[in-house]
Structure formats: structure tokens, C-alpha cells
Ligand binder design. Structure first.
Ligand code: ZN
Ligand code: ZN
Length: 141
């Protein structure tokens, strides 16, 4: 089990969740895949496919999102993606409004200077951000 998986499980337990097999396997799956995944993809993944049903995975994901462990991305319920939030690391995303495809932006993040400025002006600490850009992907144009 990786440190990321262990830390994530500790955070969930500290926030009052029970450490079930489904919870552990879902965290492992999200950590294995560093890209955002849909509910269907998660349910079909090898760790979860024979372990729990879609409703269980969805309920866990909702709780993970409430507790700030998972971020939900995308356009709407049916094209929602879930990605593990890793402290100190972030991605900005590009989302196609036509097919719902999502990808992490590879270019260096442009807003860190802005974060510094906001920190100085407001006195906020531990600032973070995640951006979602919407557009039409090349396959849909
Ligand atoms: Zn598209
Ligand atoms: Zn960024």
C-alpha cells in the first residue's frame, strides 16, 4: 500500500468513516489511476468489479468528495469524473462540452504568481486552486 493510499485512508477514518474493504479498494483504484475516472470506469476496474455494486461505489465517492479527499469534475451527473486530491499537488483540466472528455493540462500552471499576489493582499494561507477550462475537443469540432 502506498503512502498516498495510507494517508488518504487515515484522513477518511479521522473524519469518521469506517475502513471497509470497499473503501480501501476504491482509494487504491483512484491512486493507481492518476487521471480522472467515471463511476462506470471505477466500477469496472479490477479491484472493484467483483467487490461492490455501483450504488456502493457512488455513495463512497460522494462521501469522499464531501470530505475533500476526492474532487468531482465534469459537466453533469452523467459525465462526472472523480479524481483523488493529493495534498501539495494539483492539476488543471480541459473538458469537452460536446463529448465530456476530460484531460489534465500539460502546460505549466499559469496562476501561481496570482496565488502569491492573493496571499500577500489578503493574508490567506494554504491557498490552492484547480481550474477547469471548457471547450470543444478536436474530435468533436
Ligand atoms: Zn469532444
Ligand atoms: Zn493550476
Amino acid at each position: 500500500m502506498s503512502e498516498l493510499v495510507q494517508d488518504t485512508i487515515t484522513r477518511l477514518r479521522d473524519s469518521g468513516m469506517r475502513k471497509t474493504k470497499a473503501l480501501v479498494e476504491l482509494v487504491e483504484t483512484l491512486a493507481d489511476e492518476s487521471r480522472p475516472m467515471t463511476l462506470a470506469e471505477l466500477c469496472a476496474s479490477k479491484r472493484l468489479v467483483d467487490l461492490c455494486d455501483k450504488a456502493t461505489v457512488f455513495r463512497l465517492l460522494q462521501k469522499f468528495a464531501d470530505k475533500g479527499v476526492v474532487r468531482r469534475l465534469g459537466l453533469h451527473e452523467r459525465a462526472a469524473y472523480f479524481v483523488l486530491l493529493v495534498p501539495g499537488r494539483h492539476s488543471d483540466y480541459l473538458i469537452c462540452t460536446s463529448c465530456g472528455t476530460i484531460e489534465a493540462i500539460k502546460a505549466p500552471c499559469p496562476v501561481h504568481a496570482l496565488e502569491d499576489e492573493i496571499r500577500e493582499k489578503t493574508g490567506y494561507q494554504n491557498l490552492y486552486h484547480e481550474l477547469e477550462f471548457f471547450g470543444v475537443c478536436p474530435a468533436c469540432v
